[in-house]
Design a protein around this ligand. Structure first.
Ligand SMILES: Nc1ncnc2c1ncn2[C@@H]1O[C@H](COP(=O)(O)OP(=O)(O)O)[C@@H](O)[C@H]1O
Ligand SMILES: CC(C)(COP(=O)(O)O)[C@@H](O)C(=O)NCCC(=O)O
Length: 317
């Protein structure tokens, strides 16, 4: 990045080492039990990564949670009204297979262990995909993850209910195993301190979307903080294939799996199928709808080939 580009960038840029140093000002340590819990999230996540990248991030988020709460209370003092408990909402965006859900679960675990003992709920936007029946009816079964595949008004209603301090709000549930919405199953969100909403398209606005069906309110309007998980497409495509190969010999073998037929593929056949799905669906969605939203995020984590974060950008206030 040239010095002129840096000067006018809306972001502060940190190398990995500069970012890691930001936690030095506040000593943060993890107990053995907490380390165990984090390893349970994803056995491949290294503890060096948690310490150097995610602990500074959790510290930043803790500070923001406190400040937003103070601001909210100040508004109620001004209005002479009583404040309801309203969750701080964090949006996590990025490509399929870039590591959104791993990032979300690490952030959740670290915030929960913070000195404030925060209660942190996690919701993924796949619950707001239309059921396969509707996707089939509309001829968009091959467009899962594209803007038109989501019941966006239901998602906005959900966020609006959460942000208005409703005591109990529910979200629908998607199963990757059956590749469809699970009827009658719901996640309950009961006024947590923090809600993390993770999904491909959470930062989309009309100018970023290929869809012509736009609501007037955007998902990101409800965020107090947003994170975009970024990596070169070559890496993400490779991670997508790696995950597909793992699923081929694990989850896809279950008879109820929608993709049971993939469990009988050879490794080489699976390689071709995964890359074909990537190129036709997830790669196209990344180019058209997801990558263009990157610069709307408050924080961008850039990951290298081995999943380690190489640099971080934080939006200047
Ligand atoms: N920080 C990380 N360290 C090691 N592996 C990771 C990390 N984040 C994600 N992965 C791996 O990359 C793949 C995609 O991650 P996942 O969190 O499921 O992505 P997404 O939710 O964006 O689809 C998974 O196989 C996961 O185990
Ligand atoms: C379910 C998804 C659309 C992700 O949804 P999200 O949680 O980001 O809203 C995606 O993982 C997916 O299944 N895409 C369809 C193509 C594929 O099978 O990879």
């Amino acid at each position: 990045m040239t010095s002129a580009t840096k000067k006018f960038s809306p972001y502060l840029h940190f190398t990995r080492d500069e970012w890691a140093a930001l936690r030095n000002s506040t000593p943060l340590t993890l107990s053995e039990a907490e380390l165990g819990k984090l390893q349970g999230i994803n056995e491949h996540v290294s503890m060096i990564e948690v310490t150097q990248i995610y602990l500074p991030l959790a510290r930043l988020l803790n500070l923001y949670v406190d400040e937003v709460k103070n601001l909210y209370e100040a508004t109620h003092v001004f209005l002479n009204t009583s404040a309801r408990k309203v969750p701080f909402i964090i949006g996590i965006a990025g490509s399929v297979a870039v590591g959104k859900s791993t990032t979300a679960r690490i952030v959740q675990a670290l915030l929960e262990r913070s000195s404030d003992n925060l209660r942190v709920d996690l919701v993924t936007t796949d619950g707001f995909l239309y059921p396969n029946r509707i996707l089939l009816e509309r001829g968009i079964m091959e467009r899962k993850g594209f803007p038109e595949s989501y019941h966006i008004n239901a998602l906005i209603q959900f966020l609006s209910d959460v942000k208005s301090g409703k005591p109990k709000v529910t979200a629908p549930v998607y199963s990757h195993l059956v590749y469809d919405i699970v009827p009658d199953q719901k996640i309950e969100v009961c006024q947590p301190d923090v809600l993390i909403l993770e999904g491909l398209n959470v930062l989309q606005s009309p100018s970023h979307s290929s869809s012509k069906r736009h609501p007037q309110v955007f998902v990101s309007d409800f965020f107090d903080f947003s994170i975009y998980v970024d990596a070169k497409e070559d890496h993400v495509r490779h991670w997508y294939e790696e995950r597909f190969q793992t699923l081929r010999v694990t989850a896809f073998r279950q008879p109820e799996a929608y993709f049971y037929r993939y469990s009988t593929l050879t490794k080489e056949e699976a390689h071709q199928v995964a890359l074909d799905i990537w190129d036709r669906i997830n790669g196209e969605n990344l180019h058209e709808n997801i990558a263009p939203t990157r610069n709307r995020a408050d924080l961008i984590l850039r990951k290298g080939r081995d999943h380690s974060v190489q640099s971080v950008s934080l939006r200047k206030l």
